[in-house]
Design a binder for this molecule. Structure first.
Ligand code: ATP
Ligand code: MG
Length: 254
């Protein structure tokens, strides 16, 4: 069975892409077949996987527009041992251009059906917005992973996201569930972070992953080398945390 996870939070800079790339690499190193879909015109997951967004010819944009078959667009991440559907800035135009299509929210879901059986996990790195691209991610997914920083406004944004997930469940994807909330860039010395973390656990219980991703400079450096952190500094706290997250997810995957 393939498990498709949308990595989503409409708030920017919370660690969606860092989680997508490093979880993809960590699941792959455990022997799983993994596909990462870059659904963000910023194309950070593409660059972070070692693929140059300036030179890549066909992308997720062509797939969504119906101008390329997804199996011809996927590439192997040179170092990460997983496959990637790359993006570039063309994708910014897709929102407007897709408006004409019927079932425009299901374009990614339909495309993934052609290759899903090749993989154990498909991770979708969503853009920081509740837009049509994110809606495609949510319609294609079985479950949502929500990376978040433990800050005051994080909880407020979370209720918008939970409401969106409910609406998607009612209208398009009845099986969609929240897989888990992931605390990212965590600094245990920060009292507010601790308090927000406690509140999260109170509200969401075992939906909060036990694994916590610490703030770690190696995680921030690795994309500059086009590498998952595992291949930049495998001993770093960041690399170890994403390996632990992969194990936690594998243990829960029945
Ligand atoms: P966007 O909403 O723009 O797509 P995002 O949610 O994908 O952002 P990232 O790009 O993963 O967030 O992270 C934002 C910034 O924080 C990046 O510069 C990244 O390298 C850095 N970063 C992410 N996680 C960590 C961490 N655990 N420790 C240190 N830096 C981190
Ligand atoms: Mg991102």
């Amino acid at each position: 069975m393939t498990k498709i996870l949308a990595i989503t939070n409409q708030k920017g800079g919370v660690g969606k892409t860092t989680t997508s790339v490093n979880l993809a690499a960590s699941l792959a190193v455990s022997g799983k077949r993994v596909l990462l879909v870059d659904l963000d015109p910023q194309a950070n997951a593409t660059m972070g996987s070692g693929i140059n967004k300036q030179t890549v010819k066909t992308t997720i944009y062509h797939v969504l527009m119906g101008n390329a078959e997804i199996q011809h667009v996927r590439v192997n991440s040179p170092q990460g041992k997983y496959d990637l559907i790359p993006a570039n800035r063309d994708l910014a135009g897709a929102e407007v251009e897709m408006v004409e299509f019927s079932h425009r929210e299901a374009r990614l879901k339909i495309a993934l059906e052609n290759i899903a059986s090749d993989y154990t996990y498909i991770l979708i790195d969503c853009p920081p917005a509740l837009n049509l691209l994110t809606l495609n991610g949510l319609c294609a997914a079985h479950a949502v992973m929500i990376p978040m920083q433990c800050e005051y406004y994080a909880l407020e944004g979370l209720s918008d996201l939970v409401n969106t997930i409910k609406r998607v469940r009612n209208s398009f994807n009845s099986g969609l569930r929240i897989e888990g909330l992931l605390r990212t860039m965590f600094d245990p010395r920060n009292i507010l972070a601790q308090q927000v973390s406690d509140q999260l656990q109170k509200h969401f219980g075992d939906k909060v992953y036990r694994t916590v991703i610490p703030r770690n400079v190696r995680l921030a450096e690795a994309p500059g080398f086009g590498l998952p952190v595992l291949y930049h500094d495998g001993q770093s706290k960041g690399a170890q945390a994403y390996l632990e997250l992969a194990q936690e997810i594998l243990a829960g995957h029945l």
